[in-house]
Design a protein around this ligand. Sequence first.
Ligand code: KG4
Ligand code: ZN
Length: 334
Amino acid sequence: MSVNILAIESSCDDTSAAVISDGKVLSNVIAGQAVHEQYGGVVPELASRAHQENIVPVVDLALKKAGMQPADLSAIAFTQSPGLIGSLLVGSSFAKSMALALDLPLIAVHHMQAHVLANFIDDPKPSFPCLCLTVSGGHTQIVRVDGPLQMTVIGETLDDAAGEAFDKSAKLLGLPYPGGPLIDKYAKEGNPKAYRFPEPQIPGLNFSFSGLKTSILYFLQENKAKDPAFVDNHLADICASIQHRIVTILTNKLVKAAQETGITEICIAGGVSANSGLRNALEELGQKHGYKVYIPQFQFCTDNAAMIAMTAHFKYLAGDFSPADIVPTARAAF
Ligand code: KG4
Ligand code: ZN
């Protein structure tokens, strides 16, 4: 009999549901929330309300697209942590109710572990051990992966996440939220060496992005004082230079991690892995250092339930189920 799992992701501002059958993703439905754009960031209270509206149609569509009825399911999975607690509560309550009503096992999934396992949805899959650079709006981590459920964080940000560095830089440039994809877009037309932003000197495999934000702020203030149209006239070069620095901060630490561990299977994950500068840099590093580089499809890079489903599949095989009284948490290590 097939193992069919319905997975629900609601940790931030995307409501998503996916169905996986014997490790093969059959559907991955994602409803974004445009309501936050006008506020320049995710408003937790509004996110929870939008999840409430979206969850029934999103789950319904994910089942339909997979050609499944609730009765065909073997388990229900959900994102337990980390995330916005109000958002997590909507997904977890829904998942728990559904598991209870259908008398199915419940599988709680760690969102960051799931980002890593997005690399195992399509072929070719990385082999173990591998390193994963997980870069999202909330996290920046280098994870050592020794097995599907055996992961160790060996480096992480001490302040802002890489996605936040993109979004905050974009905000300083007057671009709307989320600014990461816009910086990527304008950077394509610009010179990455036009302006030089400093690289923070952080020991070990940890990252820091708050200094970069401050240096961009001073750089813009100085140049706008001389030329009020500075940003408009040099947007592509500014974006390319900011992107270049964020990407080199990330890749320099990744190379260091590969050197220290001797691991040459390298994956990326999280929303920022959609960034074309980072993708190109990784491909180049792969050729230079002999790494095998894995980059998930775009729909599996940003928040999505397919990665929750993939993780749940491994947990199902390991018999790792959760009790009905499990609660979501805003923060949790894995
Ligand atoms: O993983 P994700 O969808 O949500 C979180 O769990 O945070 O990541 C969202 C982050 C945002 O900061 C967004 O600006 C960034 O990913 N992002 C990008 C690009 N696409 C999304 N940053 C740079 N370039 C992109 N192309
Ligand atoms: Zn995420």
